[in-house]
Write a protein that binds this ligand. Structure first.
Ligand code: SF4
Ligand code: SF4
Length: 60
């Protein structure tokens, strides 16, 4: 099962991952971006590739 992880120290809260994830895995919560629905991840890596801060890693 692919598991998305956000490095909160690198994340600039740009929202790109929310926009590109086809499975709505990410959500904004307060002033943070969180992995709200990790079990929905299909491992497409769109978020990992498009995050401008390289803050997302998909762990297999
Ligand atoms: S795309 Fe990267 S920097 Fe932007 S909100 Fe998502 S994890 Fe944070
Ligand atoms: S790998 Fe794809 S499905 Fe999984 S969180 Fe990233 S964009 Fe969403």
């Amino acid at each position: 099962m692919p598991k998305p992880k956000i490095d909160s120290k690198k994340c600039t809260k740009c929202g790109t991952c929310i926009d590109v994830c086809p499975m709505n895995v990410f959500e904004k919560k307060g002033d943070k971006i969180i992995v709200a629905n990790p079990d929905e991840c299909i491992g497409c890596r769109a978020c990992e590739v498009q995050c401008p801060s390289e803050a997302i890693k998909i762990e297999d």
